[in-house]
Design a protein around this ligand. Sequence first.
Ligand code: CTP
Length: 393
Amino acid sequence: MNLGRELVGLERFEPVLDALPGPAYLVGGTVRDLLLGTPPRFDFDLAVVGDAPAFAEELARRLTGRTTTHGRFGTATVHYADGAHVDVATARTETYSAGGALPDVAPATSIEEDLARRDFTVNAIAVSLPDGDVVDPHQGIEHLRDRLVRVLHERSFVDDPTRIFRAARYETRLGFRMDPKTETLALISVPDVARLSGARVREELYAIFGEADPEAALARLRALGVDDALGVEFGPPGLQPRLRELSARYRLSEPLWHLGLLSIRAPAGRLDEWKVSRRIAESVEAAHREEPLLRERVTAARTPADVVRAVEETGPDTPLYTLAVADLPALEPYFDRLRDVRLELDGDDLAALGLGESPRVGEVLEELRRRKLNGELTSRADELAAARELIAE
Ligand code: CTP
């Protein structure tokens, strides 16, 4: 099989084809997506048998681009045109001295050796450049046709238990299924996910949260027992779409990984182990803890100012999380308009009215805000009149 024509059709990739300083291979998800006929994301991974950073330097020179090299084994990124880039890696072999740990890496002497270290047959296909010939030593094309996620060898999940997360992600994104043997091997290795470093677990979960349907992938992981192995709970169903919908509706622009974290019930300290930033971890944990109380207080609130006070006594994620899990129309005005209510007056205005610096300034401003939230003050003149009255008291 030859993908020459498809490659030339990739507008952003064409300049690279013309500028290659030597033989290279296109590898990874882009090859899979090209063969599936789905538009590849602009994520071009090249493998070269040899010195990738030197290859990248020369490619960048020919493209009048620039390179950044990574600490990781023989990898570099070539940036060219506006925002376009390709990653160039030295073809390598990987051996695992301990399951779940990072592999020992050595240069490969052929692209086939490099493909043999990869996760699934559908991801172990290379395209030789610039001619476009497909290298498919593990029947990846056949498995694409049969919609199968299949490991290359029996120890694949033992070597790298993150592949269990990856399998669930590809299954749901591509509408594939693990073949029975792969699924059995995955099930055997599920307990091993507990030995992964927290940061690796976090990266896999974040990749899932970035998918169009993260809950389908999490449901699959739950069916395999991954949630139990991690000691967390995924769900409840419908929560992530609801969080996404509310975040978009109210223009909260929370990243998908953040919304995803809100959907996971984890014991105290687990987010720390996953190296989630302290600020986000605290906010997510607070949302889970405070939700019942906020729900109760908002339900009991008699005025808009009561709703705002209840919200302001919680962490930053609690109102969104509460609205996502509870049918709570009384909380909607908070997002619709109350959170944007600001007084026109400030401390300087009160000083001009004769109220010097003192705790009373804060009290008057708070009372004015309460009245404004409740619709009693609608203009600057209203605020001034109310301020005069309060100061005179
Ligand atoms: N890979 C692997 N084992 C892993 C991670 C990655 O074998 N644990 C290999 C696979 O060949 C994969 C390639 O590295 O195709 C690139 O990895 P990544 O960028 O994570 O995945 P993509 O296949 O490009 O998938 P996606 O479409 O999700 O980006």
